[in-house]
Design a protein around this ligand. Sequence first.
Ligand SMILES: C[S@@+](CC[C@H](N)C(=O)[O-])C[C@H]1O[C@@H](n2cnc3c(N)ncnc32)[C@H](O)[C@@H]1O
Length: 358
Amino acid sequence: MELQITDVAFGGKGVARANGKAVFVPYVIDGETVSAGVTRERQKFLEAELESIVTASPHRVEPRCPYFGRCGGCVYQHIDYEHQLALKWRQVKETLRRIGGLKELPMRPFIPSPVEYEYRNRITVHVRDGVIGFFWRESNKLLDIERCPIALNEVNRQLAELRASRPHDGHYTLRASGGPRVFTQANDGVSAALLDLVDRLLSSATGTLIDAYCGAGLFSKRLRGRFGKVIGIDWDPHAIAVARKDANGNEQYIAADIEAELGVQLSSIARSSPEEKRAVIVDPPATGLSKTIVESLTKHQPAQLIYVSCNPGTLARDLATLKTSFRVDSITPLDMFPQTAEIECVAHLIMRKVRDGE
Ligand SMILES: C[S@@+](CC[C@H](N)C(=O)[O-])C[C@H]1O[C@@H](n2cnc3c(N)ncnc32)[C@H](O)[C@@H]1O
């Protein structure tokens, strides 16, 4: 069937309408007319595969990777970078409006990646029966990959070495730097911009900072000079050991589950120094915050809350509850993963009931 693509949804699929239903088609661009074949009919929508482009978008570009279209990693290599950002910006806004019920959205411009390819400082490849690579899209079959153009050259050099070593079946994380095997942000340029942003957003904050999901202390290390005390919490003992290595006297790192520890720390500060200002950074995995953590934040109400999110859907879900206690001051999307569907966002929340002097 011939389809008019009106939008590109979060995840990367183009959206059209046919027979009163939404149709989702990968590798198309809003504004294009395409010919597509239906592959699956669901109750509320259809899924289709692109057959040919009838009218191409001016934003269409040549993908750089020979595996694009088969590999499950990238979805936007056929779209120029500026338009990728425009689409992702709209996707964040729409997700926060639809799931988070946030109407007056203080959306800031996208912080782009300084480089569009060759940015990943680590990749995880899978090995099975001599095939070394990534999963095919929407499949658990492995696609043999010789080189990944979104990874740094050093990572690709390691991939070549791994391939030459005839590795056993399993998963292998290849890193550009020989640093510790703990969580680190995957795009160095955007990680630096993320730090600058969080630093700027918290420029008026003082007192105690709780860095929840701190990993090796990315945010704590940058902000420790400005707070009387910094408490980092992460359940990965290796990351906590790295964070403790060069800790100053005002830094404390706790290896624990945030679920239990965040409430304990917040109520202990409230009990021992009720006038102490508190700021909290949360940087959870894609699943977002649990109900217990949202309740803890709502109950103890730090003066400022920074929510670093790698999933606009769970961010929207959590903001739907947090917005009763906090005003959403700004939402800034960052492009940590150009060419892919992933979107990083920083939400800055300010306690509604501002106490005297705060
Ligand atoms: C997205 S990473 C952020 C790390 C750090 N903020 C950074 O930017 O390098 C998420 C971190 O949360 C930790 N984590 C996930 N769930 C947790 C939980 N329930 N309790 C404590 N830590 C958790 C992981 O070990 C990981 O270090």
